[in-house]
Design a protein around this ligand. Structure first.
Ligand code: BQF
Length: 291
């Protein structure tokens, strides 16, 4: 069993990006600039945005964090997005999700200029990705593909089973895995809450992507010997023995599943750091496409 070290891989990629930025700046070019909009004070969102700001520092990017009260109206938020769309000093920006219930996330996402949509959530980027055109790829799926590539994991002709069909992970990772490009060329099955017998399907999988958001859902009796298991779950589970009062829990029963796997990602330190890293890659790409 090989443990896939997402933290190290992400750090390696960030150092490659930092080197490239250093060379850009030495040539007299402006460093990439990522802006982030954070609404309210959700604990998870605070952490995620802090991770993104920190990654910008490591990569030599400029970052701007724009905080708004959770009572901001949808119209006010849309106006802030327009400002960032029009601000030539900003290469790319994200709106940290989830948003408060009174704001329509889809409307917000569609207000972002697709050329600055470094999360890759705008329908234009989703559509371009689905037909294999250049675009900003959704960060988590793109991080998963990078891990498969960096660990030289064969995907061609393999059966990948994706559990979960969200617009930000399940659907786009299924899209990338089925594409003819490398790594890809998988036969892909997508399971979800209406799938009658998920175990019957995961037992046939060479590669399992667990992205349903249910702690320790994937058990050892659902996994074929030698499978590759990618855990996308990041649920906060109460844990009094931790100083923060919780621990991050994946969608895989790691302790029991890991011995059966050829490769497996841990939580934390697996897919999560790669998600942040993909955002940095997209921001660098946004900067370069404008020069
Ligand atoms: C790690 C996210 C659900 C909903 C909205 C490193 C992150 C997480 C874990 C992180 C996530 C999850 C992010 C680890 C960003 C991934 O060491 O295992 C980094 O910051 N993520 C997000 O921005 O929005 C989410 C999950």
């Amino acid at each position: 069993m090989t443990l896939i070290d997402g933290k190290k891989t992400a750090n390696d990629i960030k150092l490659e990006i930092a080197q490239e930025v250093k060379e850009m700046v030495a040539r007299g070019e402006r460093a990439p600039h990522l802006a982030a909009i954070l609404v309210g004070h959700d604990g998870g969102s605070e952490t995620y945005v802090a991770n993104k700001v920190k990654a910008c520092e490591v990569c030599g990017f400029k970052s701007s964090l724009l905080r708004f009260d959770e009572n901001i109206t949808e119209e006010e938020l849309l106006a802030e997005i327009k400002k960032l769309n029009d601000d030539e000093s900003v290469d790319g920006f994200i709106v940290q999700l989830p948003l408060p219930r009174h704001i329509d996330e889809q409307r917000v996402t569609e207000a972002i200029d697709p050329d600055k949509d470094v999360d890759g959530f705008h329908p234009v980027n989703v559509g371009r990705m689905s037909i294999g055109l250049p675009c900003f790829k959704s960060a988590t799926p793109s991080g998963i593909i990078d891990l498969l590539e960096r660990y030289d994991i064969e995907t061609r002709g393999k059966h990948a089973v994706v559990i979960g069909r969200s617009n930000i992970v399940g659907k786009p990772v299924a899209t990338l895995l089925m594409q003819k490009a490398k790594p890809g060329n998988c036969t892909v099955t997508v399971c979800h809450s209406a799938t009658p017998d998920i175990k019957q399907l995961t037992l046939q999988a060479d590669i399992i992507i667990a992205a349903l958001g249910k702690p320790e859902f994937l058990k050892e009796d659902m996994v074929k010997e030698g499978a590759v298991v990618i855990d996308v779950g990041t649920t906060r589970v109460p844990d009094a023995s931790r100083k923060r009062g919780f621990r991050l829990c994946g969608d895989v029963d790691f302790e029991n599943v890991a011995p059966k796997c050829s490769y497996i990602t841990p939580v934390p330190g697996g897919v999560g750091p790669m998600t942040i890293c993909s955002l940095m890659k997209n921001t660098l790409q946004a900067r370069k496409s404008k020069s």
